[in-house]
Design a protein around this ligand. Structure first.
Ligand SMILES: Cc1ncc(COP(=O)(O)O)c(C=O)c1O
Length: 413
């Protein structure tokens, strides 16, 4: 008898985005004439074409594959050396941060990495996430058996939720000394969904906390290229001691527009340890290398060449222009919401604007209201956790014309 992974059966009914899609398609079938006017600012998917340097590099890679003399078969599971070197230099060493080439692990995107990393950790770790949170962290931990059952009002038993509210500026603080310490803490900055960025002092407190409790920080920097706040670390390794306790996740999805191309990477310093039940320290770097070499043959050759090209002078200019474009969208959305008197966060160092729902609407109520009356799709804050109730997220990933139209329509509801 084949046994099922019963942890999957704990997953609560809908991942957020399928539920949004269900509501949008119900509205579209009910009002087919209005459906074509719908503007989607819900899911954070990029809209603009890839940087020319990436296209050129991928075309050249395909030409190499088309020729027997330059053909490439299986590559190293953790990524080609030249790509790992371009990343380690471009994102870290050129900024004075100590990261070696072989501490970079290429992948098909950081969503997978944020869950796959759990494979090299033991069962029974207590996981902490922020509330609201990017839902993929939670669902991956449910699948791995790191939680109990789904709870009635949202969330899962066994997870430590770190409340992010207006009171703390939607930034997670370290737990009180009296609270049980989590073993693994997911932090995301610039944050999805709130668009806030973690300040240096808070991150220093988290690194000190993790070292004190021999815990791990999972620092998700998928939106790092949007962070222009000099007081907000772009990499966790800007903080002294982070090389002992932090793993960083990065993605080319929102910097290079690679959401469909698929490429990201994990930074795992050789000095990051986890412990056996007997208390012996084990370096995770070797385990993660082994995991990749056993479970994967790596990212496709052309895609790696495309990612590498983002670190050339032209690639860097093109990425900066793409990010500037979406950040101008974010500014327009943020200013538009503020002009309506809505309280907002984010949108300055992140492509998301986080708003308080006006009047007496709850998150899903306002989602439906905007869908029906403005034909604009947003993301209800409640879908990201209990503390997200009463808020909604607008994504800046859209054409300029759509963003301007969204602001006009919001003004009419
Ligand atoms: C916080 C966060 N981390 C990771 C990802 C996943 O990125 P990727 O496309 O690299 O899998 C996303 C994508 O939306 C995200 O919002």
């Amino acid at each position: 008898m084949a046994l099922v992974n019963e942890h999957y059966l704990k997953l609560s009914a809908g991942y957020l985005f399928p539920e949004i899609a269900r509501r949008v398609s119900a509205f579209a079938s009910e009002k087919p004439d209005l459906a074509k006017e719908i503007i989607r600012c819900g899911i954070g998917d990029v809209t603009e074409a890839l940087p020319a340097s990436a296209i050129k590099a991928m075309d050249a890679a395909n030409d190499e594959l088309a020729n027997r003399a330059t053909f490439k078969g299986y590559g190293p599971g953790t990524g080609y050396d030249s790509v790992r070197a371009a990343i380690a230099h471009g994102d870290f060493r050129s900024r004075g941060l100590d990261v070696a080439d072989d501490e970079i692990f290429l992948s098909d995107g950081s969503k997978g990495d944020c869950g796959n990393i759990l494979e090299i950790l033991g069962a029974g770790n207590r996981i902490a996430v922020t509330d609201p949170v990017y839902p993929a962290y939670v669902d991956a931990n449910v699948m791995f058996g790191n939680t109990g059952a789904a709870m009635a009002g949202g969330g899962y038993e066994g997870i430590t939720y770190l409340p992010c509210t207006e009171a703390n500026g939607f930034l997670a603080d370290v737990p009180a000394a009296s609270a049980p310490a989590p073993d693994v803490i997911y932090l995301c900055s610039p944050n999805n969904p709130t668009g806030t960025v973690m300040d240096r002092a808070r991150l220093e407190a988290w690194v000190a906390y993790a070292r004190k409790h021999r815990a791990l920080l999972f620092w998700d920097a998928a939106y790092e290229s949007y962070n222009r706040d000099a007081n907000a670390p772009k990499s966790v390794y800007e903080i002294a001691g982070a090389r002992e306790c932090a793993i960083e996740f990065r993605s080319f999805s929102k910097s290079g527009g690679f959401t469909g191309v698929r490429c990201g990477y994990t930074v795992l310093p050789k000095s990051v340890m986890a412990y056996t039940r007997a208390g012996d320290a084990v370096a995770l770097h070797g385990l993660w290398t082994r995991r990749w070499n056993t479970r994967s043959n790596g990212v496709s050759y052309a895609v790696q060449r495309g990612a590498e090209a983002l670190y050339t002078e032209s690639g860097k200019r093109e990425v900066a222009a793409l990010v500037d474009f979406y950040m101008e969208n974010a500014r327009i959305l943020r200013d538009g919401c503020r002009a309506l008197g809505w309280k907002t966060w984010g949108g300055e160092n992140a492509p998301y604007v986080w708003c308080k729902t006006p009047g007496s609407f709850d998150s899903w109520g306002f989602f439906d209201h905007l869908l029906r009356n403005a034909r604009v799709v947003t993301t209800p804050g409640a879908g990201f956790g209990r503390c997200g109730e009463g808020y909604f997220r607008i994504s800046a990933f859209n054409s300029r014309a759509n963003v301007e139209e969204v602001v006009r329509r919001l003004g009419r509801v």
